[in-house]
Design a protein around this ligand. Structure first.
Ligand code: C5J
Length: 219
């Protein structure tokens, strides 16, 4: 049993029943010239975590920890996109519209690919999700349970949207979740700070947080 000096108290996990879930490190959110930047965001905040996420992936692979990735992406016909989601925002930058890296948040478009430095290896499932949470309308829960996973280590973007939503979904399903502080990021630093505070409040009400170096020291 490994023990991480996490907040708000130590997080314990067995590597064989733990999975690393890397959320939405897709080009459109992270790279200059993509959808995230077209919305007026500073994507440099997100691209800055790529080396840490890569080190986290390498660490998990070295320790035979199950690795899964997600992308927020819809079918090309948008049949899986709730109209209420599709109607949001500037019509020129809506889901399915032609964006700087292909159709926005559509599976198969260049902008929907995971950034090359974090490309999934053969055998690492990629969950393409139509929602912010990775459990909604996806087979993620079954895939984790079939693999005997009870503990989740989370990384990716954005902290307060897809990462936090997924962490809350996982917590409600009975997974013990650890969010890696320097392997997640938001376009809004105050939202990231608030999310980290929120999830670990009240005795880890949603889960634990720790920097990657602290996790690395546990194994
Ligand atoms: C957003 C995400 N922010 N991956 N998606 O729309 O957090």
């Amino acid at each position: 049993m490994a023990e991480v000096a996490a907040q708000p108290y130590p997080y314990r996990f067995e590597p064989r029943s733990t999975a690393l879930l890397v959320i939405d490190m897709q080009r459109d959110f992270v790279e200059p010239g993509g959808f995230g930047e077209a919305l007026g965001n500073d994507v440099g905040r997100l691209s800055a975590i790529v080396p840490t996420v890569r080190a986290l992936l390498d660490w998990a692979r070295r320790h035979a920890i199950t690795v899964l990735h997600t992308r927020e992406g819809h079918r090309p016909d948008l049949a899986d996109c709730p109209p209420a989601k599709q109607r949001r925002g500037d019509p020129a930058l809506r889901i399915g519209a032609k964006g700087p890296m292909g159709r926005i948040l559509v599976d198969g478009e260049p902008g929907n690919d995971i950034v090359p430095a974090l490309a999934p290896l053969a055998g690492e499932p990629v969950i393409v999700k139509p929602g912010k949470g990775a459990f909604w309308a996806t087979p993620l829960d079954e895939m984790l349970r079939w693999r005997g996973v009870t503990h989740l280590i989370l990384a990716g973007v954005t902290t307060e949207v897809c990462v936090q939503t997924t962490m809350r979904e996982a917590n409600d399903r009975g997974y013990d979740c650890l969010l890696i502080e320097d392997a997640t990021e938001s376009y809004f630093p105050e939202f990231k700070r608030a999310t980290l505070d929120m999830v670990r409040a009240q005795g880890a009400i949603v889960g634990w947080t720790a920097p990657f170096a602290t996790l690395r020291a546990s194994l």
